[in-house]
Design a protein around this ligand. Structure first.
Ligand SMILES: Cc1ncc(COP(=O)(O)O)c(C=O)c1O
Length: 392
């Protein structure tokens, strides 16, 4: 296989337009020349040296993060995968607060490692996973199908009732609330306005830290640098993955000086590739490219264009029950009774050379293309999608 821009070619030379950016990672598309050059130069210079040596590459990545983050979030460590970064964020929250409870949202996905998966919907019933500490699960903010049967607009946020009860019980039991600004794996669930701020307020009343889990939403995917910006809040801990490596395994945990100070004497997290100069070079390069090529703005614009096209399709095909998303993180949900037909539509799209994702469990097509996708490529996809829907 090989890739260029938004296209991958299979072993037989057949091209596919990739509207998933790999596993939502290749935000610059395939083979971006500046990314390739930075990798080549850095591997020749110094890929790995051990986390105890400070390097200019990590310093540069820290200062690039400083350019795009609120000033309070000024402590960071670079790791490899999103799952690992979530694990560290959880350890930090438990250390800093001295509490063990974690609040998660149903339908959430936080990673494949033991603790992260045990908190995720996907690992909820897995018999091979240990349960670590107390876990509280809040219903997902799926307003069109409100778990409490309310209709939008709703100012009560019944999906937060359990957290309200926890907050009324005082501080000391909950270490963290894990929040995805847009829930990716759960089916591109966009919380309603005001949700994030209330979540943060209630977390603080519990004495808990708000962890913004931005493995998928971070670094421009939603059309802003970070998903929490849409919600008008600054989290206590931020987890970044996928986009920061643009196809290579880089992740980061960012926090405040105050949280770091609480963790410093107790928490140890050391692994072989922590703060590698290679990771630092990639993170710094990816942020520079996103800045200089205005790709976050582009994700917002191309996302709006794709969303508009999908909404036009949903006005023609009533079984496209909901079209939603932010930036280039979009979902098209089918009517529940036609969920199985989505798989056939997905196959048809693949046969026509378009890579999207469809899960019958959520009845939702997911589209998370590279930020460099062109208007012509979007038009080509929309025409193929309509064709595949018509054949249904
Ligand atoms: C929201 C979210 N969190 C965490 C992860 C895990 O990241 P990784 O696969 O890099 O470990 C994913 C992966 O899809 C994700 O979507």
């Amino acid at each position: 296989m090989r890739g260029q821009g938004c296209t991958v070619w299979d072993a037989t030379g057949r091209p596919y337009l990739d509207l998933l950016a790999g596993t939502w990672c290749n935000v610059l598309g395939y083979g971006h020349p500046r990314w390739v050059e930075a990798i080549q130069r850095q591997t020749a210079k110094l890929a790995h040296v051990g986390a105890h040596f400070p390097t200019e590459e990590v310093d540069e990545a820290l200062s690039k993060l400083g350019e795009i983050l609120p000033p309070a979030l000024n402590r960071a460590v670079f790791l490899n995968t999103g799952s690992e970064a979530v694990e560290l964020a959880l350890k930090m929250a438990r250390t800093a607060t001295g509490a063990d409870g974690i609040v998660v949202i149903e339908k959430g996905y936080y990673g494949a490692t033991t603790y992260a998966l045990s908190l995720s919907e996907a690992g909820r019933a897995a018999p091979y996973l240990p349960r670590l500490g107390t876990v509280h699960r809040l219903p997902a903010p799926t307003c069109r199908r409100c778990p409490a049967g309310r209709s939008w607009p709703c100012d009560g946020f019944a999906c937060l009732d359990h957290l309200r009860t926890l907050a009324n019980g005082g501080k000391g039991r909950i270490a963290a609330v894990l929040y995805e600004p847009v829930m990716a794996v759960g089916g591109v669930i966009v919380p309603p306005p005001g949700y994030g701020v209330r979540l943060h307020e209630l977390a603080t009343r519990c004495g808990a830290l708000l962890i913004a889990e931005e493995v998928t939403t971070g670094l421009g995917r939603t059309g802003r640098w970070f998903g929490f910006e849409h919600d008008g809040l600054v989290p206590d801990i931020l987890v970044i993955g996928k986009a920061i490596g643009a196809g290579l395994p880089v992740s980061a945990v960012v926090t405040t000086q105050a949280v770091e100070a609480e963790c410093q004497p107790i928490l140890r997290h050391v692994q072989s590739h922590q703060n590698d100069p290679f990771s630092g070079r990639i993170a710094a390069t990816v942020i520079s490219i996103l800045q200089e090529e205005h790709l976050v703005q582009r994700a917002a614009e191309q996302g709006a264009y794709l969303l508009k096209g999908l909404k036009e399709l949903s006005s023609k095909y009533a079984w496209l029950w909901d079209v939603r998303g932010r930036g280039l993180m979009l979902g098209v949900e089918l009517e529940g009774k036609r969920a199985a037909e989505g798989t056939a539509t997905f196959r048809r799209l693949l046969d026509r050379g378009f890579i999207v994702d469809y899960k019958p469990q959520t009845a939702t097509f997911r589209l998370f293309p590279p930020y460099v996708i062109s208007t012509q490529e979007i038009d080509r996809f929309l025409a193929a999608f309509e064709d595949a829907l018509r054949a249904q």
